[in-house]
Ligand binder design. Structure first.
Ligand code: HEC
Length: 241
């Protein structure tokens, strides 16, 4: 087998394939095996988003019809439906939900992604995405108001004239109010990144005294967010995630 170049290449090729599988699949699997995955109820208990309450206040009649009252159950329901729509409508064809620690991505979209952030049912299937026709959305929460999203989903070019994002008219009722789907989609989008302590002050806007989210293994990564105190990042161990 090793007499010919082809044999060496075959063994080498297969060897690297196996190595990649071990490093990128088996090792991470053994590290995270048995880590509990957050359910919808767990996520709802983390706290009801202000934006969800605001939808109820702004559109009381429609909200009442679709979701009843603001509580953990209705909030969880909206998150779950929003996630389903995100998958079903193919938003992930154009949007990623993963900020890589390269190419200064954290300067564009916010703090880089960590594995623990994806340990929940709303990342099943994982929605990292493979293309970025539009921006990354994993830190989208609270960047824009509900009203902005309403205008944007109804007609993206009304707020971003050069947008190629499709219109989602079926997120609205005949009178133009967001319907059950629309409210769910906005809730889900506003939730993205809300588990981070930097939220909603992405890219260093807002109070600079905030400590970044403590995570299990964030200690080795240098942050580029200049407004955040680097010392506290390094000591930032905690029970989150
Ligand atoms: C054909 C590709 C495409 C699809 C499909 C698509 N988008 Fe977009 N999206 C874009 C582009 C391009 C932008 C940037 C221009 C703009 O803001 O409209 C964008 C922007 C956005 C923004 C604003 C981000 C920001 O902060 O500026 C949100 C939120 C968003 N999309 C959500 C969605 C959701 C949810 C879906 C599915 C229901 C979706 N998109 C489907 C291309 C797409």
């Amino acid at each position: 087998m090793f007499e010919s170049k082809a044999g060496v290449l075959l063994v080498g090729g297969l060897g690297f394939f196996v190595l990649a599988f071990v490093v990128m699949a088996l090792i991470p699997m053994t590290i995270y095996y048995g880590e509990p995955e957050k359910t919808i109820d767990d996520l709802a208990q983390d706290g009801i988003l202000h934006e969800f309450t605001q939808l109820a206040e702004r559109f009381p009649e429609q909200f009442g019809k679709h979701y009843g009252e603001v509580n953990y159950k209705s909030y969880g329901e909206a998150l779950e439906l929003g996630h389903k729509l995100y998958v079903g409508e193919g938003c992930w064809h154009c949007h990623s939900q993963y900020i890589r620690p390269v190419s200064n991505e954290d300067r564009r979209w916010g703090p880089r992604s960590y594995a623990w952030e994806y340990q929940n049912v709303l990342q099943r299937p994982v929605l990292f995405g493979t293309r970025r026709v539009g921006p990354d959305l994993i830190r989208e929460g609270a960047r824009k108001s509900n009203d902005w999203h309403i205008a944007h989903f109804y007609k993206p070019t009304s707020v971003v004239p050069v947008s190629v994002m499709p219109e989602y008219k079926w997120f609205f009722d005949e009178e133009g109010y967001p319907n059950k789907k629309g409210m769910a989609m906005i809730t889900y989008i506003q939730w993205l990144g809300s588990w981070r302590q930097e939220y909603p002050y992405w890219n260093g806007e807002g109070p600079t005294t905030q400590e970044p989210t403590p995570t299990p293994d964030e200690t080795t990564v240098a942050r580029t967010n200049d407004s955040v105190d680097h010392e506290s990042t390094i000591d930032g161990h905690g029970g989150a995630g």
